[in-house]
Design a binder for this molecule. Structure first.
Ligand code: GDP
Ligand code: ZN
Length: 316
């Protein structure tokens, strides 16, 4: 039988078939995955093949095959083995929630996030939240300014108020028939938005989950949920890192779509757009065709110390 992994605890997996039947599954023997050294062979979102067994009248499954992933996100495991943990797989899109203040989301954060998403092949939609609170003209202007930058380079931008449920339908529309995740700094309104979209999930309020965090060391697992309007979301409680991408300097520009589009116009084909003469990217920045903030983020990623182009911010 074929199904999708909705929950993974490391020792067993909740797998749901297309007909909506749920089975508790285990893996037989060891799974070796080509190319990925990870602590968990199977993650939420994985499509798997399994065979049924009956133990004491209970049907459980044995997973014997994982289908190829279209993408996945990882987090580096805390020990020093350099192994990675796969958080989720087969994600159709991530909504990055952005607020102008309370808390501020800076372009450098957005750009690092987008570079990671591009590197992982995960489409990203920018959701500007709390628009109800941007009454001052300066705040409105900041939203317009950022929206302009990101729309121009091909990212879909949606203005919303999760709290007042403004334009939340646009997010729902975009989610229909897909698997989505929500990301952004703590306090941008992720839980509020998910509550507005899917009240049936009854997500714990922030206060409760904060208390929980302080109280004990809890291991949390990602989980996928079916929403009433025909969408799936993956919730990743307590997971802070989006995974780390080790990139060569020459590669970073490939994940800035507007740089990538001009790449072949640079004189040198290994141009990293810093000191090289006849660089199409630098020309475009000077002519205002590439936003200065984007180029600055690029430089920050590429010129920092060795580790700074390991992009590892997802939530803060
Ligand atoms: P999370 O940490 O990203 O999950 O953020 P929360 O959903 O917990 O929201 C943090 C705070 O922002 C809460 O006090 C929310 O009431 C508030 N908030 C969330 N969305 C909005 C919004 O659209 N407008 C305004 N004014 N406040 C919001
Ligand atoms: Zn160049």
């Amino acid at each position: 039988m074929i199904g999708t992994v909705y929950k993974s605890t490391g020792s067993w997996y909740l797998v749901k078939t297309e007909e909506g039947k749920e089975y508790e599954c285990r893996i037989k023997g060891k799974f070796r995955l080509k190319g990925i050294k990870s602590t968990n062979p199977i993650a939420v979102g994985d499509k798997v093949n399994f065979t049924l067994e009956t133990n004491n009248d209970v049907e459980t499954g044995i997973i014997d095959e994982i289908f190829d992933r279209k993408n996945y996100i990882i987090r580096k495991s805390v020990n020093l083995s350099k192994q990675t943990h796969i958080i989720a797989a087969n994600i159709d899109q991530v909504f990055l929630l952005i607020t102008i203040d309370n808390p501020p989301t800076f372009p450098s954060f957005i750009d690092r996030f987008l570079v990671t998403a591009e590197a992982y092949s995960i489409p990203c939609v920018l959701a500007f939240n709390k628009i109800d609170s941007y009454t001052e003209i300066e705040r409105r202007a900041e939203v317009m300014y950022l929206k302009d930058i990101y729309e121009n380079i091909g990212y879909e931008c949606i203005e919303i108020s999760a709290k007042e449920q403004k334009n939340v339908d646009a997010i729902k529309e975009r989610m229909k028939g897909t698997v989505s995740m929500f990301a952004g700094h703590s306090g941008v309104g992720k839980s509020t938005l998910v509550n507005a979209i899917a009240p049936e999930l009854n997500l714990k309020t922030k206060e409760i989950s904060e208390q929980h965090k302080q109280g004990q060391h809890t291991t949390t697992f990602a989980e996928m949920f079916d929403l009433k309007f025909g969408a799936k979301i993956i919730d990743t409680p307590g997971i802070k890192g989006f995974g780390i991408v080790d990139m060569e300097k020459e590669e970073v520009g490939d994940y800035f779509p507007e740089f990538f589009a001009l790449k072949n116009e640079c004189k040198f084909n290994n141009c990293i757009h810093i000191e090289e003469p006849k660089c199409a990217i630098k020309d475009a920045v000077e002519e205002g065709e590439i936003a200065w903030s984007r180029y600055k983020s690029y430089l920050q990623i590429i010129e920092g110390d060795e580790n700074s182009y390991r992009v590892d911010e997802f939530k803060d």
